[in-house]
Design a protein around this ligand. Structure first.
Ligand SMILES: O=C(O)[C@H](O)[C@@H](O)[C@H](O)[C@H](O)COP(=O)(O)O
Length: 239
């Protein structure tokens, strides 16, 4: 175990999910505005699932020059974008509205039958963003997955290689539904800021230094992120 694996991420706890969403939205807007000022453009990669819904609402009504912001997904389930399981649909409905409707959205889902067939083309299209997104918003499952880095998934070892080139990876979760296309660990680590937005007592307990130390010999994908990070990773937890 390296000392790094015991370092607590910057942990912010909130009374409820709305407070967490408001704080994170405010911070993301600051990060994106600073990127716009420094580089004239900004990039944001977000997760799907339930956790970021309130965050998306807050971001959508935030004032920012969204026309110079590119938004993509950290991961996508390989379903039709009209499906209720589509992360793209969630982002279009909850994030890319109001002020944020001016942002450019780059989807991960293509017409390919399987995400493996889309890896190369989507990785090329998103090359610059994958090599250093201004901000990435992650969630975490109760099995310790983050993005689509699912424990025991086929293709996980390659996707978790911190020395790999930042890219997208095709993942087949062993239990969760749908094949996925998502950022590999190297791409998550390359982001300038990473926010981990989690809700619930069980997930909170999984993220303590003690819990992580107790499974150090058998780390989960979320542990790999914390172990290898060199950039700020801030955790936003609420019950
Ligand atoms: O598409 C996905 O499934 C997500 O990107 C995934 O990584 C998510 O963040 C976690 O599964 C947490 O999901 P909840 O927010 O729904 O708990």
């Amino acid at each position: 175990m390296t000392p790094n694996s015991l370092r607590e991420p910057d942990l912010a706890t909130f009374e409820n999910p709305l407070q967490a969403a408001q704080t994170l939205a405010h911070e993301l807007v600051g990060i994106l505005a600073a990127a716009l000022q420094a580089r004239g453009a900004a990039t944001l990669a977000v997760s799907g699932g339930r956790s970021p819904k309130l965050l998306f609402d807050e971001l959508a009504r935030s004032r920012l020059d969204w026309s110079r912001v590119t938004v993509t997904l950290v991961d996508e389930r390989w379903v039709d974008p009209a499906s209720g399981d589509s992360n793209e649909r969630l982002v279009r409905e909850r994030l890319l509205t109001r002020h944020a409707s001016a942002a450019t959205f780059v989807p991960l889902k293509t017409r390919a039958d399987h995400p493996a067939e889309a890896v190369e083309e989507r990785s090329r299209t998103l090359q610059a963003l994958l090599a250093g997104a201004d901000a990435v918003v992650l969630g975490m499952g109760e099995d310790g997955h983050t993005a689509s880095l699912f424990p025991r998934a086929r293709g996980l070892a390659e996707a978790l290689d911190p020395a790999a080139a930042p890219a997208l990876a095709a993942i087949e979760p062993p239990v969760a539904p749908h094949a996925r296309l998502g950022m590999n660990l190297a791409a998550l680590l390359a982001a300038r800021h990473v926010a981990l937005l989690v809700q619930g007592t069980q997930k909170g307990a999984m993220l303590t230094a003690e819990a992580r130390a107790a499974r150090a010999d058998n780390p989960l994908p979320i542990d790999a992120l914390m172990l290898h990070r060199t950039r700020p990773l801030r955790m936003y937890w609420s019950p």
